[in-house]
Structures are given as C-alpha cells and as structure tokens.
Design a protein around this ligand. Sequence first.
Ligand code: FAD
Length: 434
Amino acid sequence: MAEAAYRVAIVGGGFSGAMLAARLAETGIASVLINDGAEIGLGVAYSTAFEGHLLNVRSGRMSAVEGRPDDFVAWLRTNRPALADPIDFAPRKVYGDYVRDRLATVEAAFPGRIQRVPGRAVAMGDGAVQLTDGCTIPADAVVLATGNPAPATASGEVGGRVIGDPWAVGALDRIEPDDSILIIGTGLTMVDMIQSLLAQGWKGRATALSRRGLLPRAHAATPDLPADLPAEALTGPVSNRLAAARSTICASGWRGVMEAYRPITADLWAAADVDQRARMVRHLRPWWDVHRHRIAPRIAETLTGLVASRRLRVVAGRLGVVETDRDGVWAGWSPRAGGAQPPLTANWLIDCTGPAHSPATDPLTAPLLASGRARLDPLGLGLDLDASGRVLDARGVADPRLFVLGPPARAAFWETIAVPDIRKRIEGVVAALT
Ligand SMILES: Cc1cc2nc3c(=O)[nH]c(=O)nc-3n(C[C@H](O)[C@H](O)[C@H](O)COP(=O)(O)OP(=O)(O)OC[C@H]3O[C@@H](n4cnc5c(N)ncnc54)[C@H](O)[C@@H]3O)c2cc1C
C-alpha cells in the first residue's frame, strides 16, 4: 500500500465501511477495510442472491453518496436500465452490485488508498487493531462499522429445529415445502424470510409472534410529500408531539407525517433529554419502526395475501419456554390480550428478532467500556458518541481517533440504519477526519 500521511482502520466492510473508505479515498485519506463477512460492500442487507428481496427505500433515495442524489438511478440507467425507475424498489442484490461497483471505481481512480483485509477484528490496542489470526493493523484512527449482528437467541437455544441466524448462508435449506414455521419477530427480517421461503417453493403455514404483533406498513404507490408539521409536533413532551403529529395526519396522511420527520429525526433525537428518549423507546418505538421502515407495495401485497389465505397468522404476545425435538418445536407464550393459549407448535422456529447490538459483550468494545475508554449511553442502546460519531469516554470526552458508524451508532442518532441516514453520517466522519 502506498505510504499515506494518515491511515484509518475501518472495522466492517458492509455498506457503511465500504462507502466510508470510498469517500476517504476521494478526500485523500488512506484506509484499511477489515471485513469478515460477505464480500466487501454487501453486508447482510445486500448479499442476498435472490432478486425478490427488494429495497425497502425507493431507488431514487438510495444514492450511496451524500450530495449526489441521482447516483444510484444513474448507475441503474447504465447498468440495469429496466430497473431505473426512481420511485420503484430495486432488488437488494442489484444495489449490492452498485455498491461494489462504486468501491471498485474509486479504488481504480485512487490506487493504494484502500487496502482490503479479510479477517475479524477482535481487539483494539493503542493505535492498532488486532485480528483473530494475530495480525496487527496499525492505524491513526479506527472506525467501527460493524453493522447488523445476528439476532440474540429469542428461544434460548439454537440448532436442530431452531434457526438462530436467519441470514446465515443456507439457513432455510432444510425447510420442506409443507413444513410449518414459527417465526419470532414480525418486522422486516420476518418479511424477508417469508419472501425467501416462498421463492424456494414453501407452501406451508407460518405463525409470527411479536410483543405487539405489528407488521411493517407499506409504502404508497407513489412518493409522499412531507407534511407541514406544527411546532407542537417538534418540541415539548413526547405525548404532546404525538398528539400534534396525529392531528396532522387528517390533512397529510400518516406517510406524509413520517416523511416530514425523516430528515430531522437525528436532530430531534440529539435535542431530546434522557427522559424523552426513554419514553420514545419504551412506548413509541414499535409503532415508529413499522411506520418509518416501510416495505415495497408488492411485498406488502404478498403478505396480505398470505394472511387472507390463513397461511400466515400474526399473534401478539410474549415468548415463553421453547422445547424442541427432532420433528419440531413447542413454544409457550402469553398472549398480549391476556388469558392462556396452547403452545405454538411448528416444524421449525426462525428467530427474526433482528440485530442484537450488545457493546457490553462484544469482544471489540467490551474492553473499551471496562477501561473507561468508552461508555454506554444512558439507555444502554450503544456506545455514547458525539455529533460526529466519536466515542465518548467515561468522563464524556470525545476520542478524536475512534468513531462508530452505521447501525451501532443509534444511541447518538437513533435513525442511522438506512442508506439515506448512513451516507450523511459518513460525511460527518469524513469531515471529522479531515
Ligand atoms: C435484511 C436487511 C435489509 C435491509 N434493507 C435495506 C434497504 O432496502 N434500504 C436501506 O436503506 N437499508 C436497508 N437495510 C439497513 C442496512 O442496515 C443498511 O442499508 C446497511 O446495509 C448497513 O450496512 P453496515 O455496513 O453498517 O452493516 P452490515 O451490512 O451489517 O455490514 C457490517 C460488516 O461488518 C462485518 N463485521 C462486523 N464485525 C466485524 C469485526 N469485528 N471484524 C471484521 N468485520 C466485522 C460484518 O461481517 C459485515 O460484513 C437493511 C438491513 C437488513 C439487515
């Protein structure tokens, strides 16, 4: 690698890490991209080979580069013209091709500025990252872009008839067409798994359980204009904001309200005190998530069809004890509505509870917390960060050489999961490093 004045180690080569490396290279900063997962640039979201897994954001909003809003659609026009409709939802696999292509283009334009290192980072010393194979990567700054970890096991055990990591390669291979399935979680991961199962010829029935039994809402056929939010929807107690937002729905529709909140969510989150954040997380979050992270209309139609034909049953309640044998699973549960119900039984249980962020047990971040180099945010959502994504130490002082980017940065930004939010955060990190 060419000698560089400054070198950044990026841990995680999904969308966040890869697109940060590209932006750093464009601004003259060299980076080492350490990744142990799927091919660099893809991560969990875009490594699917199945074209039926669609983006859940319209293509026109999926540019990987802040300030170049048409970048993805322009790429589609050149490379996949039949998919170049900005209001449509392109396959995630195609988006992965775009991300890889952008990275490769930048690498070709700035040779030596990005070094790809396969491997898993397990520790961070002073000015270096250590990998499982014992290699040490020296760096002037480190960015943790470790993304979406596998779900924690909702059922308490994995293996046999319990599929603990639905994103693992071949996770659903053993499911037969007529098998019955119990899915824990009713969010986007569940929706993904249903799509995969249908694509592999599954014809059975499924029950999906979550605390509230809420399904992700659908995008409208065409983009929604942001509502004009009243001042009361932006300041004051969370319950008052909710009431003000609800009253706006009559005029603008709920999607318009969500569109209005979308670009300012991180600012509102940053301005909120701990009590307001706690109330949002405790009471509003499930509702926020299903309205904010919507699915493509085509996918929503499929789900509606499955529910109508009773192939998919969605139930609200709390998972109890799970037992398994060689033929299936029995899951005790307490319905949200109260009362007792017989156990949910199925041939398979799939854990779709979503990424399990756990900085206190992650080997990379746990020592930082133990030594006071980092601290958790007051709600325990993740590492406490400043407005640029720099890690705050136990005294609240930002480390100018240690950053978190992407989904694990949610304690600071709340919405930092989807591409439109991450690409903004990338600019924040680039600005701080330059
Ligand atoms: C199934 C799914 C679908 C999605 N669909 C969309 C969508 O349509 N539109 C949208 O905007 N967003 C979508 N998202 C949100 C998604 O979070 C972002 O789009 C984006 O992919 C996040 O990328 P990331 O690099 O931060 O994380 P990830 O994609 O999770 O990548 C992190 C990478 O870091 C690696 N890694 C982790 N720890 C280490 C370590 N210690 N050492 C080395 N490597 C490590 C992992 O193996 C992985 O390759 C989706 C998410 C999921 C899970």
